[in-house]
Design a protein. Sequence first.
Length: 171
Amino acid sequence: MKRILKVTLIALFLFSGVNTFAQTLKFGHIDSNKLLSIMPEKAEAQKQIQAKAAEYDKQIKDMKAEYQTLVNAYVKDRESLSEAVRADKEKEIQDLTNRMQTFDGFAQQELQKTQNELLKPIFNKASKAIKDVGAENGFTYIFDISTGVILFNSADSQDVMALVKAKLGIQ
């Protein structure tokens, strides 16, 4: 009899501990892509990135026009050119092709660098706001549903978008 009472008390203790533990977990979720898209700083950063991209595009278009002019002139006058002049023109066209390829790679690297420099503080600000909301509201976890990794989103999981927007001062 004492043994049954002991086992029952231990079982009650264990099960009540599990229920208490499970009830203390608080989950939230947010679509970070949606959050970032409504942050005013992101729109300004995108404008700066697009302006720089347009500048590089203009330079590439100018180089392509110069290339086309050189090729057209070469094709037109090719038969009348001496071997030395023809070789010089071909080298000039090849040099311009190499410069265009080098500049294109440079432009892409610079755009990526600019994008990282402008967007990193915005990502950090959003991340800090999400972490602050989590800490202030007692969340155990806040999941990012924009990554597509979350396989299930329970009704018990709270959408924290409104809290984070308030933290960032966004309407």
